[in-house]
Design a protein around this ligand. Sequence first.
Ligand SMILES: Nc1nc2c([nH]c(=O)n2[C@H]2C[C@H](O)[C@@H](COP(=O)(O)OP(=O)(O)OP(=O)(O)O)O2)c(=O)[nH]1
Length: 141
Amino acid sequence: MTTIKQIVGGALVDALENPTKLLAARRTAPPEFAGMWEFPGGKVEAGEAAEAGLHRELAEELGVSVTLGAELVGPTSAGWPLTAGAAMRVWLAQVTDGTPAPLEDHDALQWVVLSGPEIRTLPWIPADLPIVEALIAFTGH
Ligand SMILES: Nc1nc2c([nH]c(=O)n2[C@H]2C[C@H](O)[C@@H](COP(=O)(O)OP(=O)(O)OP(=O)(O)O)O2)c(=O)[nH]1
């Protein structure tokens, strides 16, 4: 049996009801991803539920507490394929406490308008592009 590395990501939006903006985060490492934009998040730890892992990662990386909204359901049970060995589940999320700051793993954050052209021209990690499209569609933009 092959084990897929489970990654979780947060699509932080300005409001779960009627989202208009997404928080994109620019990675600092590893070199092949440095400078690319992504959904903040990371690896789920052994014995940890996916949602709990996402709350933990968002607190560590951005210093925020969030309420999770709907999952942006991907094509596999592990979510959206990233590489042959890793996949990411992604939830919409809204900040309930704190102001997002690039504390760990990122050197910039930006709120991008879901209905504007810029969301598609940001240099996302390539594997994230279908997720970005799904988010735009899911939020009705
Ligand atoms: N967090 C995140 N990782 C992504 C995205 N797209 C994508 O291909 N990845 C890849 C990059 C990494 O190889 C892997 C996530 O690992 P990570 O480095 O963020 O996880 P982590 O913070 O738990 O890592 P670590 O420090 O424990 O090694 O998934 C994305 O949108 N968000």
